[in-house]
Design a protein around this ligand. Structure first.
Ligand code: FAD
Ligand code: UDP
Length: 398
């Protein structure tokens, strides 16, 4: 069994007043920070990683609840990617348990597949269309939008108003506190529309969960003689105790600059976990979405994801909210403009690299955060080695 990395906690550190000297300080131990830390350490530099939370792994961290079921405390995390280099990198630290996510939406008392597919159309409208029939149906109901300037345009252009209102508008209002028409097209483009029977949420070649969990994968990633880790360590509180040559920052970019241009909006969630004793299965698939009912957007049942045998089951309901930990950048033009003002400040700091979902204000999936951090790490290594870094960082966005 491999060694656990040396992780010091806030209490252990309080006993010591020694100054930490490192080549690179990484703020944040999520996918972005851990990936960058590992690659920079493997290039021969000393790396110190801090995270304000009591654990590593960022929002992907997992643990086991009181009943013994593996849960994702920051919401369900399904790993999926087409990028072989990212699979190859992460596979050094974990094996994989294949898992293809399936989602149903509860609409007018029935459950229908999301993304919309042939079954969705046939069930919602009491039809028995074949694939060509579904294509013709969508062609008839869609509202042409060119260009697609907002998420509303994307959905109307693909499936028309009725499906938009029954499956997308209410969910989006809950999730973002905004109408579809106020969000960038990229948000709705995350969800495809299909005319056939494929009911998988993702179609990527690689879809799996780390076989011993995300937390274990992160511990292995950070287990390197060149890496030290401190949890329970807030950057502003610790920075005076750490001497470094280069900073990799994966927290919210506006907070780094003290919010000098005003707060960049991030969307948060609160999670309601419930263990149901003696209930073998709560729902037929991993996630059921509730576009029009309830204050929560979706319920996920973890046993589907982690393939555990257990006489009971654990579910989580997600309640979107404005306040709280920053989880999602909110993709819309005015937020992008504000982000660019912070980005301009960041560009003036050659000794600081901003990378990740919060620092780049990008709606990254885990694989995209990993990819962005791999590229960022190459730049940091080049800079520290006195070579000119490759290409501009902004072109690395996923
Ligand atoms: P984070 O994971 O947010 O890590 C940043 C870390 O920095 C945090 O641990 C934070 O505590 C720390 N930090 C911030 N500021 C400071 C500071 N000042 N001092 C010290 N530490 C600090 N992606 C998928 O691919 N598939 C999914 O199914 C999926 N599901 C998701 C579900 C939910 C509910 C959410 C919110 C996200 C989901 N994601 C999913 C996205 C995934 O969580 C991100 O892509 C990934 O976590 C980004 O990693 P990161 O390192 O950039 O950021
Ligand atoms: N969405 C929706 N209805 C659904 C599923 C998704 O309206 O049943 C919209 C909603 O705006 C959501 C976005 O599509 O925020 C992206 O969905 P995804 O499942 O990718 O969100 P995430 O898992 O990142 O929260």
């Amino acid at each position: 069994r491999p060694q656990r990395p040396c992780i010091t906690t806030a209490r252990e550190r309080a006993a010591s007043t020694a100054m930490i000297r490192t080549d690179v300080l990484v703020v944040g131990a999520g996918f972005s920070g851990a990936t960058a830390a590992r690659l920079v350490a493997e290039a021969g530099f000393r790396v110190h990683v801090i995270d304000r939370r009591a654990h590593v792994g960022g929002n992907a961290w997992d643990t086991v609840d009181a009943s013994g079921i593996r849960i994702h405390p920051y919401g369900p995390h399904l790993f999926h990617t087409d990028a072989e280099r990212i699979v190859a990198f992460l596979s050094r630290f974990t094996g994989w348990t294949p898992y293809e996510h399936r989602v149903l939406a509860s609409v007018d008392g029935i459950l229908v597949p999301v993304p919309i597919n042939r079954t969705t159309i046939n069930r919602l409208y009491g039809l028995d269309l074949d694939e060509a029939g579904v294509a013709a149906f969508l062609e008839r109901v869609r509202e042409h939008r060119d260009p697609e300037a907002t998420s509303e345009d994307v959905v109307l252009n693909r499936v028309g108003r009725d499906l938009c209102d029954r499956l997308f508008r209410g969910y989006t209002r809950k999730q973002w506190g905004l109408d579809l028409s106020a969000l960038a097209p990229s948000v709705a483009r995350r969800i495809p529309v299909r005319t056939g029977d494929d009911d998988r949420y993702f179609t990527d070649r690689h879809q799996a969960l780390p076989s011993e969990g995300y937390a274990r994968m992160f511990e292995r990633m950070l287990d390197h003689p060149g890496i030290s880790v401190a949890t329970g360590c807030e950057f502003d509180a610790c920075r005076g105790e750490i001497a470094y040559r280069h900073l990799v920052y994966t927290g919210p970019i506006d907070r780094y600059f003290g919010g000098c241009h005003g707060p960049l909006p991030y969307r948060s969630l609160s999670f309601e976990f419930e263990h149901l004793e003696g209930v073998r299965w709560y729902q037929p698939v991993g996630t059921v979405n509730y576009p029009n009912e309830h204050a929560y957007t979706r319920i996920t049942e973890f046993k589907h994801l982690v393939r555990q045998e257990h006489p009971g089951t654990t579910i989580v309901r997600e309640y979107p909210q404005a306040a709280g930990d920053p989880y999602y950048p909110i993709p819309r033009a005015e937020n992008e403009a504000l982000y660019q003002r912070y980005r301009a400040l960041a560009d003036g700091l050659p000794d600081v690299t901003f990378v990740g979902r919060l620092a780049q204000y990008r709606y990254y999936n885990m694989d995209q955060a990993t990819g962005a951090a791999m590229t960022a790490a190459s730049r940091v290594i080049a800079t520290l080695s006195g070579r000119s870094p490759p290409g501009p960082a902004e072109s690395d966005r996923g």
